[in-house]
Design a protein around this ligand. Structure first.
Ligand code: P6P
Length: 335
């Protein structure tokens, strides 16, 4: 390990002044997310052992069934951020409605709300494939000190003050942006410290990887079907693209962010509105893509411009190398 690398804590302190006139609350929030990430990472890494070893602290004395890791991750993020009184509200994929967090003195002065997909792609855990956490942070719009309202969460993605993801893969990485570029931190599990390993991440403008569940192809629109054939075509101007699909948004997004490529989850006859959730999957990833010089869209417009109407609403979502997203949109025009 090159000890010259900055730690997450040092990075947050050094950049604190840039964090939206932060009073230190924002820095506490980022560090709180870092802590919750380490707790979840620990649970994920031993998930495969629970059934084998049993008593690794995950099956309680009553022999109750091990909670699904989605809920474990959900509880860990909510507990960590509640106890540290860092946010005034949380919305989660695992919670039907938002959670209002009143600080001990019940005059909640915290400015930020968090939206989170605690464990995206969790069905992959059983087969030891990378999974992720996705988070999105807004400044509340209702008066400080009052309980949060739904409108604090139903903000356009363009209003995000920060967004990021954690990828629990061959290594665990925290990748986030506060509106000043994208930075990636890799966890050294031996000492539980995140180190700045990928400063100022930039998505290649072009790529040769297309990412879509082709099992749904017969249910796609004609424009989408034509674009897939375009990706597969080889001619004087272009070689066939590589098909890469993990089935875990964070893993697919992270690979395409580094290598170039396009991730697509279109609407279809089976998912007329698309599958991915606008507030805690698409908006945070779109924010990151844009900050890294990439592109993002619902096929017609930036998802960051969509005015949300409900917490768990779904949209078609495309994100990746800027020129690939533009090319895809040209195939979907008029649909
Ligand atoms: P499908 C995981 O459930 C997820 O939300 C994303 O992480 C992933 O890209 C997508 O759904 C996979 O969906 O329908 O291809 O299994």
């Amino acid at each position: 390990m090159n000890l010259k690398h900055q730690t997450l804590g040092e990075f947050v302190i050094e950049n604190q002044t840039a964090f939206h006139n932060s009073t230190g609350e924002f820095s506490k929030l980022l560090n709180g997310i870092g802590l919750a990430t380490k707790l979840v990472n620990h649970e994920i890494n031993k998930a495969g052992l629970v059934d084998i070893l049993g008593g690794v602290g995950d099956i309680n004395v009553q022999g109750e069934a091990q909670q699904k890791l989605d809920l474990v991750a959900n509880d860990m993020f909510i507990d960590t951020l509640t106890k540290r009184e860092i946010v005034c509200g949380i919305a989660s994929e695992e919670e039907e409605s938002f959670i209002s967090i009143n600080s001990l003195d019940f005059q909640n002065k915290n400015k930020y709300v968090l939206l989170i997909d605690p464990l995206d792609g969790s069905s992959n855990i059983d087969v030891n494939v990378s999974v992720g956490t996705i988070f999105s942070i807004y400044r509340r719009v209702t008066p400080e000190g009052s309980p949060v309202k739904l409108e604090d969460f139903l903000q356009k993605g363009s209003e995000q003050v920060a967004a990021g993801y954690v990828i629990y893969g061959s290594s665990t990485m925290l990748v986030f942006s506060t509106g000043h570029g994208v930075n990636g931190f890799t966890l050294n599990p031996a000492i539980g410290t995140f180190y700045l390993s990928h400063p100022n991440m930039q998505q290649p403008e072009d790529g040769e990887i297309y990412t879509v569940n082709e099992g749904n192809r017969d249910f796609f629109t004609d424009g989408m079907k034509k674009y897939i054939r375009y990706c597969q075509a080889g001619n004087d101007d272009k070689s066939p693209y590589k098909a890469r699909y993990v089935g875990s948004l964070v893993a697919d997004f992270h690979r395409n962010l580094i290598k170039g490529g396009i991730y697509m989850y279109p609407c279809s006859a089976m998912d007329p509105k698309g599958k991915l959730r606008l507030l805690y999957e698409c908006n945070p990833m779109a924010f990151l893509a844009k900050q890294a010089g990439g592109g993002e869209s619902d096929g017609k417009q930036s998802v960051l411009d969509i005015k949300p109407t409900e917490l768990h609403q779904r949209v078609p979502f495309f994100t990746g190398s800027k020129n690939m997203v533009k090319k895809l949109e040209s195939f979907l025009e008029g649909e």
